[in-house]
Write a new protein. Structure first.
Lengths: 284, 365
């Protein structure tokens, strides 16, 4: 079975005054109908990789790759008009903080209907029904009221659920979730994750789950990519995360406090220059 | 008086009444209506402050109003009689109350230089300025806003560079020079537009005054020739004022848009697959409407009082020219009357933009 998304040697470069800044330096992976976790510290290029797949790197940023295929078709350097037709309808994205990622002057309902109508060409009434259905699917109790509400009138957890409803309404095959729970209270985090998991699972979608939270990814995902300095340093099944071999992954794991194995002092991650250039563990 | 409830204002609307789904829309409307009451109160206070300031200025000016009335050669008895007749012997607070009462009745006293009641003069000159400033602002908005939006969307592109130069020239050119050059070229050499003044001589006083705006009045009268004549006279000064407000409005629009275009919800809109035009006009632009309205209102207000040079160059019988002449003649009644009118307009513009805020920004309390 061919993967939903296949990426080889993806690079994102930004020209700066002091030369080229390489945000992503040769990332490759295949995504099937699974939950793929992408973990790394801030600045490791995980967000940029996600935006490059969506064709959202704005000039002067430059995206190159050996291969970037969606369902077997190359989406590398597609003209903007064709990329636009894929965005939202086949690949979508949920971002970090619903406070900023929802348009403050548009009602929730209009924002959900907008993308859906664009890709399906449905009537207003049908789009309204779909929006209400999606709001119910993300377990919003009073969808009629929320439909007419503005983003500032809903809570953060609700905002993120609205975001999920909005992005899943046109039925994409792939969802990139870029730190979808980092801005939420711990109490609503699990609820949002559960909803996300259920919807993505039921639709047989591929999910790219970007996060810096190792434990979360270990619990939630099937497979994990560890990124460091713009490249993938290790790739392994999520349940084997604690048996990671790369020193960076081990270092990250060791710097987390554990209830079952208390230590006097937590280890501090010491980065080594060699990690930047070494090929990924599995590939060697 | 309903007090606007600022303290217990949660972000999710008013608490729902028992046994019924609260309509978010109705709750929002109620909230807005309530805060509007507070707004009107604060405006009344502002107007009171304006009157107080003009009153005090009128009293501290080293100009003897009595002398202006009775003349240099009046006897002491005549002088005293006039002083009492004008109420200047009363305590200051009583004078202020009297002044306020007169102003509220629309009585600003008599102008020394024109010999007419100031209110009557203002009814003549103020519409001339309003007409000019409105058309100027209209031009400024219609050109400046799209220019600013496009400049922000194509940041660093050639449109952005052109917009920058256009605005820079608009800021830095002296308006009287541009006005004179415009008159020389378009009136003197090309003959495309009418000369100074609001109307050609043959049309002067031909159109019955309804609003005082000649463009509107000639339309009401159905007099197309008078309309064309008035338009040919206003088009050049209005374009000049429009250019200046365009320079300001386009720069402000550009910076508001740049701020919005880097916001996360713009990325969301792009993720949805919306066209760039829809991202810019449907999402980002809607978010700048509120600050933009303030900028436009302020720019309109400054054209109401600040277009003295334009009015002088084009012999435009407007309020800027009227106040300036009155000031030079020491005609304080006219100066204060004009100031009160312009100040009231500023306050009214603020009120208008506040009301528009409330209509356009769902977050406004």
């Amino acid at each position: 079975m061919s993967p939903l998304l296949s990426v080889r040697n993806l690079r994102v470069d930004f020209p700066t005054r002091s030369g080229m800044f390489e945000a992503v330096r040769g990332v490759g992976f295949d995504l099937g109908r699974e939950r793929l976790g992408v973990v790394g510290e801030s600045g490791s290029g995980k967000t940029m990789a996600g935006r490059a797949i969506l064709g959202l790197v704005r000039p002067p940023g430059k995206v190159t790759a050996e291969r970037m295929e969606l369902g077997g078709e190359s989406i590398l350097n597609l003209p903007e008009s064709r990329m636009r037709r894929l965005r939202g309808s086949r690949i979508s994205m949920v971002m970090q903080d619903p406070k900023f990622s929802l348009n403050p002057v548009m009602t929730v309902g209009r924002q959900i209907m907008e993308g859906y109508r664009l890709h399906t060409g449905e009537s207003r009434a049908a789009a309204r029904d779909k929006a209400l259905e999606m709001l119910r699917a993300v377990q919003i109790r009073d969808p009629e009221r929320v439909f007419d509400a503005y983003p500032h009138e809903v809570s953060g957890g609700m905002g993120q659920r609205i975001m999920i409803a909005m992005m899943l309404a046109p039925d994409p095959e792939i969802l990139i979730a870029d730190e979808p729970t980092s801005a939420l209270d711990v109490s609503v985090r699990n609820e949002v994750l559960r909803i996300l998991d259920r919807l993505v699972g039921a639709r047989g979608m591929g999910l790219i789950f970007i996060s810096h939270d190792l434990n979360l990814v270990a619990q939630f995902c099937d497979r994990v990519l560890i990124m460091y300095a713009g490249r993938v340093v290790e790739e392994l099944p999520a349940r084997d995360l604690h048996a990671a071999r790369h020193p960076y992954t081990q270092g990250l794991l060791n710097s987390l406090p554990r209830l079952d194995r208390p230590v006097e002092r937590l280890a501090v991650l010491r980065r080594q220059q060699g990690w930047r250039d070494a090929p990924p563990e599995g590939a060697a | 008086m309903v007090q606007p409830d600022m303290t217990g204002q949660p972000g999710r609307g008013t608490p729902p009444p028992a046994g019924g789904v609260p309509s978010a829309r109705a709750a929002r409307l109620r909230r807005r209506a309530r805060s509007l009451g507070g707004l009107v109160l604060s405006l009344a206070l502002t107007l009171l402050g304006l009157l107080l300031v003009t009153f005090v200025i009128g009293r501290v000016m080293p100009i003897d109003p009595v002398l202006k009335v009775v003349g240099e050669r009046a006897t002491q008895a005549q002088y005293e009689a006039a002083r009492i007749a004008m109420g200047l012997d009363k305590p200051l607070w009583q004078q202020f109350l009297l002044y306020m009462g007169e102003v509220l009745r629309g009585d600003f006293g008599r102008s020394i230089s024109t010999g007419h009641p100031v209110a009557q003069d203002l009814r003549r000159v103020f519409p001339a300025t309003v007409e000019l400033a409105s058309l100027g602002t209209l031009i400024g908005v219609c050109v400046g806003v799209p220019l600013g939006v496009v400049a922000a969307a194509r940041r660093g592109g050639w449109i952005d560079q052109i917009a920058r130069v256009v605005a820079l020239v608009g800021y830095s050119m002296p308006i009287f020079w541009l006005g004179l050059m415009g008159l020389l070229l378009f009136y003197g050499i090309l003959g495309w537009v009418g000369g100074p003044g609001r109307q050609g001589i043959i049309y002067d006083g031909m159109v019955p005054t309804v609003t005082g705006l000649i463009l509107v009045d000639s339309l009401i009268a159905g007099d197309w020739a008078a309309f064309r004549d008035a338009f040919s006279h206003i088009v050049l000064p209005a374009s000049l004022l429009g250019y200046f407000s365009l320079a300001y409005i386009s720069r402000m629009t550009r910076s508001f848009m740049l701020e919005q275009l880097s916001a996360e919800y713009v990325v969301t809109a792009r993720v949805k697959g919306l066209s760039e035009r829809r991202v810019i006009w449907g999402h980002a632009f809607r978010n700048i409407l509120v600050p933009l309205i303030t900028v436009i209102a302020l720019s309109f207000g400054s054209l109401l009082e600040g277009s003295v040079l334009t009015e002088i160059v084009f012999s435009w019988p407007g309020i800027g020219q009227y106040i300036t002449k009155a000031l030079l003649a020491g005609d304080m009644n006219a100066v204060l009357g004009g100031t009160v009118v312009v100040g009231t307009c500023f306050v009214a513009l603020n009120l208008l933009s506040d009301i528009l805020y409330r209509l356009l920004d769902p977050r406004a309390k």
